[in-house]
Design a protein around this ligand. Structure first.
Ligand code: ATP
Ligand code: MG
Length: 600
């Protein structure tokens, strides 16, 4: 009988598998809709198979890689003090109604009904489910902090599932949730957040990924309360802006810009000229009709304050940016000093805004309005903008003449960064340096939630003074299946995948040419010796010609290949997947040593 001590003490023995006895359906043809290398190669190398739009089989090789990624995640999170659990995929709709996410998630939420006509959702993420579990389980601050996580399938009816595992409708996520009495101090949210930031960095580093942790839009409790972990990859979907000098990195929604010059003092270039512009959807069409560029126009968006009435402050917030720029709602919020949302069109019209034709001058005509202006929308004596009248625009809009005294009144008009940043903008961290654009794949996201879910669902504990306080939460996600795809994006060549050793489904592939008993016997012997050293080995024992076998070896990307063939009688051929060209004949006796050395 094996004792526990013996099990704990023994090093892990590697596994040996035969290609002919596993399922690796390699193909010549990439799926018709595959453009990204990870999609092409994971499908062609027999790792994944499409079952439906955004829904895939993880075949044996993929499953082995996923388990390796999951083990890295488990090791790092357990070391950071998190505990693993498993929540159900099926979640009662009532839970989502409690937080309003039944509406907020919209069509992305997969919904179904059981035989008793009760409504359920397939979990897109599990804040509600875990908050409910905590509500039933904790009552005192003494039970906090706690951080739990699971590795689980997630379901989102994405409008455009694409690129294989990169954006699926069913995908594997690691989601963690932390619970605290306070934000600051020992046991507080910030402490756990920082610890998980470190754990995430370790995880992605151990996956061999080149990544940046970028600032993302701040959470409800402010500060830099959210970070996205982006794999630096040109074919990625997300845009990141970086300061090449300081390393500051943020996504476009969050990125600040350095100081930009501004002035309202330009002299008018002509009388205001009103032009009839009916039925012109979008700023580019208007610009064309007016014979100018979008960058010669002012775009003014109407927001309404969502602050409680008794809190005072403006009712309306106008945000003006240059026509070719995009208003950034979070920056508007900061500049206006009140929470905002896009104005309800009817209400805004009733208040006097000519929606679609609003000019900055309406700050003077509609009471309770504050105007925030982006610096780039100031300098210039002749802007084209709305006429504050349906179906009309004006030429020669001049700030000083048209807006007048309000420009000097800080309670009416403020100049501030209120647009999305772009490559070429001044860096907010280094003078004289401009921001550069990079592309990335978001593999992880950590977030300070604050009390959003605990307040909505009534999760509170008694503090040291026996006072009831809502629990402060954080949440932390990793796209596990997306991470596997990102690894392939980062590590492949024209012929297939190139796995780093610690993620590879098997470490060594022994390709046996003309697989007779003698040569298979030799392959088995080598495999056993390697397995004794903890190496996982796949033996390609198929009765195939050498050409297809070598092609498949390159496709599946196992880091080291040994080839056993009759031409090499007492030699085997050694080749690293990452190396170009032919393999190197080596003595059989050296093979194990060379493999171990190559696997580092
Ligand atoms: P995205 O902006 O890419 O849609 P998200 O902000 O919706 O991502 P989160 O809700 O933060 O993502 O989910 C946590 C992680 O799950 C993401 O960082 C990403 O790695 C992964 N993920 C999200 N949606 C998908 C998907 N459709 N397919 C695969 N992985 C996904
Ligand atoms: Mg999403």
């Amino acid at each position: 009988m094996t004792t526990l001590a013996a099990t704990l003490g023994s090093p892990r023995r590697g596994e040996v598998a035969l290609w002919s006895k596993t399922l690796i359906p390699t193909t010549r043809e990439a799926p018709a809709d595959a453009e990204m290398p990870s999609h092409v190669f994971l499908a062609r190398a027999g790792y994944i198979r499409k079952v439906g739009a955004g829904v895939y089989d993880y075949l044996p090789l993929a499953w082995r890689v996923l388990r390796r990624i999951e083990e890295i995640i488990r090791e790092e999170l357990n070391a950071a003090g998190c505990c693993e659990m498993l929540m159900p995929v099926l979640a009662p709709m009532e839970l989502f109604r409690e937080t309003g996410r039944d509406e907020a998630y919209g069509d992305d939420l997969f919904q179904l009904r059981d035989r008793h006509d009760r409504a359920f959702a397939l979990g897109p993420t599990h804040e509600e489910v875990i908050t409910e579990a905590m509500r039933a389980s904790v009552n005192s601050y003494k039970q906090l902090p706690v951080t739990v996580y699971q590795i689980q399938l997630k379901f989102r009816d994405e409008p455009r599932p694409r690129a294989g595992l990169l954006r699926g409708r069913e995908f594997i996520m690691k989601d963690a949730y932390s619970f605290h009495l306070d934000v600051e101090g020992p046991g507080g949210l910030n402490e756990t957040y920082d610890r998980l930031y470190g754990a995430y960095s370790n995880i992605f580093r151990r996956c061999g990924l080149d990544f940046s942790a970028v600032e993302a839009v701040a959470g409800p409790i402010g500060g830099s309360a959210s970070h996205e972990f982006m794999v630096n990859c040109e074919t990625g979907e997300d845009t990141i802006l970086v300061c090449p000098k300081t390393g500051y990195a943020a996504n476009v929604e969050k990125c600040e810009t350095g100081a930009r010059p501004w002035s309202f003092d330009d002299t008018p270039t002509g009388e205001v000229e009103k032009v009839h512009t009916p039925n012109l959807p979008g700023i580019d069409v208007v610009a064309e009709a007016m014979g100018v560029q979008a960058m010669d126009m002012l775009k003014t968006v109407v927001f309404e304050s969502t602050a409680p009435k008794k809190a005072g402050g403006p009712k309306w917030v106008l945000a003006t940016v240059r026509g070719d720029h995009d208003v950034n709602e979070d920056k508007v919020k900061t500049a206006a000093g009140v929470p905002v949302k896009l104005a309800d069109e009817q209400a805004a019209r009733a208040a006097g805004f000519a929606i679609g034709y609003v000019s900055p001058a309406s700050v003077n005509t509609v009471g309770g309005t504050v105007l925030v202006v982006d610096p780039d929308a100031t300098i210039g004596g002749a802007w084209v903008t709305g006429a504050d009248e349906a179906d009309h625009h004006v030429r020669h809009f001049n700030w000083k003449r048209e807006v007048g005294a309000a420009l000097g009144d800080d309670t009416k008009v403020r100049v501030a960064d209120v647009r999305n940043a772009h490559a070429g903008d001044p860096s907010p961290r280094a003078e004289g340096v401009t921001l550069e654009e990079r592309r990335g794949i978001e593999v992880g996201h950590i977030f300070k939630l604050g009390t959003k879910y605990s307040e909505a669902m009534g999760l509170s504990v008694l503090d040291q003074d026996q006072k009831r306080r809502p629990v402060i939460m954080g949440c932390y996600g990793i796209g596990v299946s997306r991470t596997m795809a990102a690894c392939v994006e980062m590590s492949h060549d024209d012929n297939g995948i190139i796995w780093p050793a610690h993620l590879a489904p098997y470490h060594v592939l022994i390709t046996v040419l003309k697989a007779d008993e003698e040569r298979l016997g030799l392959a088995r012997k080598l495999a056993d010796e390697l397995a004794a050293k903890g190496v996982d080995v796949l033996i390609d024992d198929r009765a195939e010609r050498p050409g297809p076998k070598f092609k498949d070896a390159d496709l599946v990307g196992i880091p080291v290949r040994l080839t056993v063939s009759d031409r090499l009688s007492d030699l085997v051929e050694f080749k690293r997947r990452a190396d170009a060209g032919k393999g190197e004949p080596i003595a059989i006796g050296e093979a194990v040593e060379r493999c171990l050395e190559a696997l580092g």
